[in-house]
Design a protein around this ligand. Structure first.
Ligand code: FES
Length: 346
């Protein structure tokens, strides 16, 4: 039997088929419900269950902590209504809903950012600009391979979109990008998606933490914050394994030299020799620098383990969970294991 679920933020009531999650039913009904991974791992769909009962499919503690569940919070992407319900998503004041669009683009440049990351520049063929908030992602369809989710690394409003594509083991699409994509190729994009975007009204310090090609959305966030002349300090931590995995170093060093509010801290986890850089896991270095992060906002993007560790550290140091905007990049294999959408997202 279908269950009726009222979404308090919109006043809309939707019908949830047996076995369908609240998020799936809401998206099917055209509701712009905040979400990210759709697999219980990111927390972007966190909601308050105001009335009724749900059954929860598996999820990570990172996405929903035990005390949050005890307070009546749920993950809409894992919640199946077993009675009529009323739910409200969190963080409603910050919600920005850009219309979802499909656009044709052309590759205007592709180069090696590192030995395993390609930087792909796509010019919008027509109908631009592509409206999104800094930190969001799009589904990118190169010809002949499955579409994948990649974050925009450029600022909103620009004619050329920038994506960072890391070569994944067994990644069909990333292998294609590494070997075959060339200037002049047509690429379809659809989006934007994601809720881990820059909150421009916030005035506390910004912690921007990137691992690997998670630098893409963080780059967009940092550059947008600077372009908007946000007054607070921005602490940009970029984690990489060794020197050859660091990219856009000179770009950010130059930005930091020009903007006294930007502090750029590259971190190597396996330097493989003497180095003048900070070393260790990137979240550990953040922990060395900050005892208390109350009042900050954190934007975190990278491999799931790094995102989870950084989030745990930050919440343990006083940051409210709603002030951590985290984007974990799952491989196609990880997504498939979760039984959800696939994406060799960086
Ligand atoms: S969308 Fe529900 S936890 Fe990520």
């Amino acid at each position: 039997m279908d269950q009726r679920v009222r979404i308090a933020n919109t006043g809309i009531e939707i019908a949830c088929r047996p076995g369908a999650t609240i998020l799936a039913a809401a998206l099917e009904a055209g509701v712009l419900y905040p979400h990210g991974c759709q697999s219980g791992n990111c927390g972007a769909c966190k909601s308050t269950l105001l009335d009724g009962r749900v059954e929860m499919e598996g999820y990570s503690d990172f996405a929903l902590m035990a005390e949050e569940r005890a307070r009546g919070q749920i993950l809409a992407c894992r919640a199946i209504a077993v009675t009529p319900c009323e739910v409200a998503w969190l963080d409603v004041d910050d919600l920005i809903a850009h219309p979802r669009r499909r656009l044709s683009t052309t590759v205007v440049a592709i180069d090696d950012a590192t030995h395993d990351i390609k930087r792909v520049m796509l010019r919008i063929d027509g109908g631009g600009p592509f409206a999104f908030s800094a930190g969001q992602y799009a589904s990118v369809a190169f010809a002949g391979v499955p579409p994948r989710d990649y974050s925009m690394a450029n600022r909103p409003g620009e004619d050329v979109l920038e994506f960072h594509v890391r070569r994944m083991p067994d990644g069909v699409t990333s292998a294609h990008v590494a070997r075959a994509v060339a200037v002049g190729d047509k690429v379809r994009i659809e989006g934007p998606f994601g809720t881990s975007y820059l909150r421009e009204s916030h005035r506390g310090p910004i912690l921007a933490i990137a691992g690997g090609s998670g630098l893409a959305p963080i780059k967009s966030i940092v550059e947008q914050a600077l372009a908007r002349q946000l007054p607070q300090h921005i602490y940009l931590y970029v984690g990489a394994r060794e020197e050859r995995d660091l990219y856009l170093h000179d770009h950010f060093a130059t930005l930091a030299a020009a903007h006294p509010t930007l502090h750029f801290i590259p971190v190597l986890s396996e330097p493989g020799g003497a180095t003048t850089r900070r070393t260790g896991l990137v979240h550990e270095v953040v922990g060395q620098d900050f005892d208390d992060v109350d009042g900050c906002k954190a934007y975190v993007a990278g491999p799931p383990a790094m995102v989870e560790a950084a989030t745990m550290l930050l919440t343990g140091r006083g940051l409210r969970r709603i002030d951590v905007h985290a984007d974990a990049f799952y491989s196609a294999a990880e997504m498939a294991a979760a039984g959800r959408k696939t994406g060799d997202q960086m």
